[in-house]
Ligand binder design. Structure first.
Ligand code: BQF
Length: 291
């Protein structure tokens, strides 16, 4: 078994981005500027935006964090989105999900200008991704593809089984894996909560991507010997004995499955850090495209 080390790979990518930022600065050009909007005080969301802002600092990007109260109205958030679209200082921005229940997420995502949509969630960008056009690919699927490419994993003609059909991970990764190119060309099965017999499918899989959010869902008896296992789950499991009060648990029963896998991502330190690195990559791309 070989670990797909997202922590190390994301640090390599951040080093590459930092080197590009230095070049931009030396050429007298503006450095990339990412803004992040968060509404409310969800603990996990605050951690995620915190990581994103910290990552910006690490590579030499400018960053702006807009923290709005839980009571923010949809109109107020749309107003801020409009300002960010207009602001020439901001190359790209994200609106941290999930949003409070009283705000229509779809309405907000539609309002983000596609040229600044570094999360790649706007239908224009998702559609461009599906059509092999240049776009911002969502950070998590982009991170998974980059991990497969950097480890030279042979995906061509392989059977990839994706678990979960979310707009942010399952759906886009199933499209990307089936496209032409390095780390792709796979035959893809997209499974979800209505799939009749997931185990029968995962047993046939050369590659499993699990983006379900059920801790330890994927057991050793569900995977084929030598399979590549990508774990996108990161559930916070309450644990009094830890100083944080929880631990992070993936969808894959790592201790069991690692014995059968050829390659496997750990949680933490697998896909999660890659997500952050690819958001930076998209922001650099936005800066370069900006003029
Ligand atoms: C790690 C996310 C669900 C819903 C909204 C590093 C992250 C996570 C794990 C991280 C995620 C998950 C993010 C690790 C961003 C990934 O070391 O394993 C980084 O910050 N993520 C998000 O912004 O919104 C989410 C998951």
């Amino acid at each position: 078994m070989q670990l797909l080390d997202g922590k190390k790979t994301s640090n390599d990518i951040k080093d590459e981005i930092a080197a590009e930022v230095t070049k931009l600065r030396e050429a007298g050009e503006k450095v990339p500027h990412l803004a992040a909007v968060i509404v409310g005080n969800d603990g996990a969301s605050l951690t995620y935006v915190g990581s994103k802002v910290r990552a910006c600092k690490r590579v030499g990007f400018e960053s702006t964090l807009k923290q709005l109260p839980e009571s923010t109205t949809e109109e107020e958030l749309l107003e801020l989105v409009g300002q960010l679209n207009e602001n020439p200082e901001i190359d790209g921005y994200i609106v941290q999900l999930p949003l409070p229940a009283h705000i229509d997420e779809e309405k907000i995502l539609l309002a983000v200008h596609p040229d600044k949509d570094v999360d790649g969630f706007h239908p224009t960008n998702f559609g461009r991704m599906a059509l092999d056009m240049e776009t911002f690919i969502s950070a998590t699927p982009f991170g998974i593809m980059e991990l497969l490419r950097r480890y030279n994993i042979d995906t061509s003609g392989k059977h990839a089984v994706v678990i979960g059909r979310s707009h942010i991970v399952g759906r886009p990764i199933s499209i990307l894996l089936s496209q032409k190119g390095k780390g792709a060309n796979a035959t893809v099965t997209l499974t979800h909560s209505r799939t009749k017999d997931i185990k029968a499918l995962t047993l046939q899989a050369d590659i499993v991507v699990s983006a379900l959010g059920i801790p330890n869902f994927l057991k050793a008896d569900m995977v084929k010997e030598g399979a590549v296992i990508i774990d996108v789950g990161i559930t916070r499991v309450p644990d009094e004995s830890r100083e944080r009060g929880y631990y992070l648990c993936g969808d894959v029963d790592f201790e069991q499955v690692k014995e059968k896998a050829s390659y496997i991502t750990p949680v933490p330190g697998g896909v999660g850090p890659m997500t952050i690195a690819m958001l930076l990559k998209n922001t650099l791309l936005a800066r370069k495209r900006h003029h």
